[in-house]
Design a protein around this ligand. Structure first.
Ligand code: C2E
Ligand code: CA
Ligand code: CA
Length: 654
């Protein structure tokens, strides 16, 4: 209740914005008001002067009489009006300093206006004329300007009371007894009330408009903040970076010779996230962002994406700063080995595209990934050819698919029990007219980086299904094919839906398609992949865990997901003959697989000795160059016809 009254009286706390809004509204209104007053006063002075000049010299009083009685008032009001006009015009022109003086001038002007209104109207009343000047001035002051309700009430009530008291003691012009008539009292009261109500409503209207504008302003400020700042780290984002970098690259005066783009990557950041959780990961990311921002103060720095940052700076002292940063980051690493990697690119004088420059710096950065203790790499001619290939791949994936340059090579998987082929792995190849046969190592990562990988995987699914259909039509044997899915397929498209539809279109039974998902894919976005794996299994596909043991959280993955086949990474077979531990580890993994009721498959089998060992420990399947490299389907058929490979009896007929 108390709060309501305080609010109603206009005594509640107001934000700086609202106060400024009121001030601006009053300053704008003052312009009109003071112009009217100034013009009116000049006109009054001229009129009075004319009247005095026109008077018969015998009745003309001394000039001091007129000055005291009329001119002085006109002059006072004229000066106050001029002051107000000057101040409000300054404000309109954008000079918003000294608001206290502005408020003082407004008060002075208002008091003088009212005083003038009272004096003139008392004179008029004595002459039997109407009291219009007083009413006009009240309207001017209280309705054109905006006051807090309590102030408006005080100004109006005191001036009306004073005026009324004066009137009440004046003898009316018609010689009757002193005192106002009932009609005058009622008129005065009605005027007081209506101006008061008008001023209240004016105040409330201005207040609500001010608040509305304040909200809008806040929303705008927020929008413009998030449009150029990165939400997580608080440093600038790429929208800002690109536009500022473009301006710099286009300025004639920029010292382009010494300009350098830096791309930062925090190697192993993913492992840090896995070990300490996303919350801690984000905290570290913020810390690193601030470090980079501060290390390159005065240059352009922003977050590129994930744990990647870009900087546009001067070459001078740049390597020392990177060295220092790398050291600082190592201090925050905890138990995970974090390493700062920085790729740099010096644009040529005529280059103006910051995105391409960032891409090149990033490329240089990626080229030193996994190179222990190598922090900095400047983009040079040797990287250019590889970079061109990358650009080529990104720009040509669609045409490569359309023109049939993407081919499926098949690598057999054999059963250790009889050495017969019980499956094939579909592996992509890009047969390019310019570059020749490209292995997946040349394009998979790039397509993932540019989020185009799903196109390739869909193309492979379709070709495998078509191969099945053709085999069936020609009454050729066919064995189940395992397809490699990228983690991004689940994000970028409905890959599960796509497999189901395509299999249906080519009449491929579920048992002829298996899905391989690599272990590293399963560490982020748990829910998305967990649901996808469940869905794939629920519609009848077998899901294989690929590259088991190559990453950080292999055992966790086994705990959280259900798989049908476990593919033991080929790195376990390296050092097979020299390291006794290798055999022990593989044996244990195979046993674990059995306990978890999964089929075990070891990849990268290159020697007979390895195969015999796997067979002896009960590993169910094997895959590797010992049986065949990945080859086109026709070659595989020839091998089967030549009896180099045999197909498991079950699949000899479709
Ligand atoms: P991966 O799924 O682990 O595939 C096995 C890779 O090991 C193949 O390389 C294969 O040629 C190679 N390999 C097989 N046996 C042996 C062996 O005895 N010794 C050695 N040293 N290597 C062997 P490839 O075909 O170059 O494929 C590389 C990777 O590219 C694959 O690894 C897979 O992750 C990815 N990839 C291939 N095709 C596709 C695809 O269609 N979609 C997706 N998303 N990824 C694919
Ligand atoms: Ca695979
Ligand atoms: Ca693999």
């Amino acid at each position: 209740m108390k709060e309501k009254i305080i609010k109603w009286l206009g005594l509640d706390q107001k934000s700086e914005y609202v106060k400024n809004y009121f001030y601006a509204t009053n300053m704008r209104a003052s312009v009109y008001m003071s112009v009217v007053v100034v013009v009116l006063e000049i006109w009054m002075i001229i009129r009075m002067t004319n009247t005095i000049i026109g008077l018969d010299p015998s009745v003309r009083k001394p000039l001091s009489y007129y000055f005291q009685k009329y001119y002085l008032n006109y002059m006072i009001l004229l000066s106050a009006g001029t002051c107000m006009l000057i101040f409000s015009l300054r404000f309109i022109k954008g000079k918003k300093d000294h608001p206290q003086i502005g408020i003082g001038v407004k008060w002075l002007f208002s008091v003088i206006c009212i005083y003038f209104g009272i004096t003139i109207s008392l004179n008029d009343y004595a002459k039997g004329e109407q009291i219009l000047t007083f009413l006009t001035m009240e309207l001017f002051v209280v309705c054109l300007l905006t006051w807090q309700p309590i102030v408006a009430f005080l100004i109006l009530s005191s001036s009306y009371l004073y005026f009324y008291a004066k009137l009440n003691t004046m003898p009316p012009p018609n010689g009757e007894l002193p005192g106002t008539t009932i009609a005058t009292n009622i008129n005065l009261f009605t005027m007081w009330l209506s101006t008061l109500l008008f001023s209240f409503s004016n105040y409330n209207r201005t207040l609500s408009q001010a608040k509305k504008d304040e909200n809008l302003e806040e929303i705008n400020a927020h929008l413009s903040r998030i449009s150029i700042y990165d939400e997580l780290t608080g440093i600038h984002n790429m929208v800002w970076f690109r536009s500022e970098a473009e301006k710099l690259m286009n300025y004639v005066i920029t010292d382009k010779e010494n300009m350098i783009f830096l791309f930062f990557d925090i190697e192993n950041f993913k492992s840090y996230n896995e070990k300490y959780g996303f919350h801690e990961g984000n905290k570290l990311l913020k810390k690193i962002a601030v470090m980079i921002d501060q290390a390159f103060q005065g240059s352009l720095a922003s977050r590129f994406s994930d744990d990647h940052f870009v900087v546009l700076t001067s070459t001078q002292g740049c390597e020392q700063k990177i060295e220092a940063l790398s050291h600082e980051i190592k201090c925050c690493q905890g138990e995970v080995h974090l390493e700062l990697k920085c790729g740099a690119y010096k644009p040529a004088g005529n280059e103006t595209d910051p995105s391409l420059a960032c891409d090149r710096a990033r490329f240089a950065c990626n080229s030193i990934k996994k190179h222990y203790d190598c922090v900095y790499k400047l983009y040079d001619k040797s990287l250019e050819d590889r970079f061109q290939l990358k650009q080529y791949i990104v720009n040509h994936i669609d045409t490569a698919i359309e023109n049939g340059y993407i081919k499926v090579f098949y690598q057999p998987v054999v059963s250790t029990s009889d050495g017969c082929v019980c499956g094939l792995e579909a592996l992509a190849r890009w047969q390019d007219p310019n570059y020749g046969l490209l292995p997946p190592g040349a394009f998979i990562e790039i397509l993932e980086e540019y989020r185009q990988i799903y196109k390739l995987d869909q193309c492979i699914i379709e070709q495998v299904c078509r191969d099945y259909q053709n085999a069936k039509a020609q009454q050729q044997p066919f064995v189940p094919v395992s397809l490699n899915f990228s983690r991004l397929d689940f994000e970028l498209c409905d890959i599960v839906g796509f497999v189901c539809e395509t299999a249906e279109k080519y009449h491929v039974p579920q048992e002829y398609l298996d899905i391989e998902i690599t272990e590293s894919a399963l560490t982020d976005q748990q829910n998305l992949l967990q649901n996808a794996v469940k869905k794939l299994r629920s519609v009848g596909y077998k899901v294989w865990l690929d590259d088991f043991g190559s990453g950080y959280s292999s055992l966790n993955v086994l705990k959280d997901y259900q798989f049908d086949v476990l593919k033991i990474d080929m790195k376990f077979l390296t050092g097979f003959s020299s390291n006794e531990k290798t055999k022990l580890i593989i044996t244990n993994i195979v046993n674990l697989t059995k306990q978890l009721k999964m089929v075990s498959l070891t990849e990268g089998v290159e020697t007979k000795e390895q195969f015999e060992f796997l067979k002896s420990i009960g590993c169910d399947r094997a895959q590797g160059y010992l049986f065949s490299k990945p080859v086109p389907l026709e070659i595989l058929r020839q091998k089967i016809e030549a009896n180099e490979l045999q197909i498991t009896e079950k699949y000899q007929k479709i």
